[in-house]
Design a protein. Structure first.
Length: 102
């Protein structure tokens, strides 16, 4: 709150309960998007702070960043990162595209 950043709060309880327990859910992804909504790129430090601030596991953040092959840690393309997170949550490309469009 001191940094004028919205807190990482999900707008409602998610149901059905997510299948995986690694932390990232569609609700948390929406909360991260709300926090960083006006950015085209985001630095690793800001992303790390928001990820850990939402109590998500850092191993999954590193896994997604490695999978994305982001070269510049100071300018991670935000929408590409969100798309990779959505792909991590779904089982096929169709479901990923539906989640990205929501």
């Amino acid at each position: 709150l001191a940094l004028n950043v919205p807190p990482p709060v999900k707008p409602r309880l998610e149901y059905p309960i997510p299948k995986s327990h690694f932390g990232l859910t569609p609700g948390w992804l929406r909360a991260l998007m709300y926090q960083l909504q006006n950015n085209l790129t985001v630095s690793f430090k800001v992303l790390w702070d928001r990820w850990i601030g939402a109590c998500l596991q850092h191993e999954n953040l590193i896994e997604i960043l490695v999978l994305g092959g982001f070269a510049d840690p100071n300018a991670i393309p935000w929408f590409r990162f969100v798309a990779l997170c959505a792909g991590h949550l779904t089982e096929n490309l169709t479901q990923t595209m539906v989640m990205v469009c929501e």
